[in-house]
Design a protein around this ligand. Structure first.
Ligand code: UDP
Length: 245
């Protein structure tokens, strides 16, 4: 039985409920959206369902390609069952094209395609405003050993390779994305959290003009409007592709 037990944790975009199997949790995707460390907030009706659908498809694709993840199954429109994990408190951002914060911290102009994909680590800590980390800081804080960090980086590069190709088939350009990882009960590092337009940038290669190209949370961050239409378009392309293969 997959009955939602007590609420264990409520984050900005998801709620985590207990599962009767103590090694599992139920994750519910919310309609809430936040940006700029929750300084900007809004609710978009239907976002939770769309993100649950998109994230489920992406995790299934990654699992088919041998990526270890926390995902077990989708149980209703906006909920999944996942392995209970201990989250590793770093956000792993991979960038194929410079956009967003990197353009404020370096001389890269927005839209510059990077020679090689770049991985940036940030500390998951709202009160410190999620600062950029170095490998040495991660190791000194005792978050991960160097070899564990190397494993996580290799996994992230592999996920990028798989997803760039996946989205290219959907005529979507994967600009950047944020991943989170955790330790499962067997002390293995697995991909956790979600993969949705809330935490990646996807540019429509079929867009008629530049205002239409962002099909991700930049529609909310930059007040472009049409967030639900954008997320629906991604979901539609994924479902169309899934049914044709
Ligand atoms: N991102 C995220 N959560 C964060 C910060 C970033 O999911 O707390 C995602 C973001 O959606 C984008 C990528 O990570 O796809 C890179 O974001 P960036 O560092 O450019 O920061 P932003 O422009 O969002 O401030």
């Amino acid at each position: 039985m997959n009955i939602k037990g007590k609420l264990i944790y409520e984050g900005k975009a998801k709620k985590i409920f207990a599962h009767e199997d103590l090694d599992k949790v139920i994750i519910e995707f919310k309609d809430d959206a936040t940006a700029f460390n929750a300084a900007k907030k809004a609710k978009f009706e239907g976002k939770g369902i769309l993100n649950c659908s998109i994230s489920t498809s992406i995790f299934k694709y990654l699992i088919e390609n041998k990526i270890p993840t926390h995902f077990l199954e989708r149980i209703d429109e906006k909920s999944i069952i996942a392995q209970k994990i201990e989250i590793i408190p770093i956000e792993v951002v991979l960038r194929n094209t410079a956009y967003g914060s990197i353009c404020k911290q370096t001389t890269f102009l927005p839209g510059t395609v990077l020679k090689d994909p770049l991985i940036d680590f940030y500390l998951k800590n709202d009160s410190l405003n999620d600062p950029l980390l170095t490998r040495d800081r991660i190791s000194l804080m005792g978050i991960l050993k160097f070899e564990e960090l190397k494993y996580l980086e290799d996994l992230t590069f592999l996920i990028n390779k798989l997803l760039k190709e996946y989205f290219l088939n959907l005529k979507l350009d994967l600009i950047d994305f944020k991943l989170e990882f955790g330790w499962n009960k067997n002390k293995e590092i697995v991909l956790a959290d979600e993969f949705s337009p809330d935490n990646c940038r996807l540019w429509d290669m079929k867009a008629k003009n530049v205002k239409m190209k962002s099909l991700d949370k930049d529609r909310f961050r930059n007040d472009l409007g049409g967030l639900i239409n954008a997320y629906s378009e991604i979901n539609k392309r994924i479902n169309h592709f899934n049914s044709s293969t």
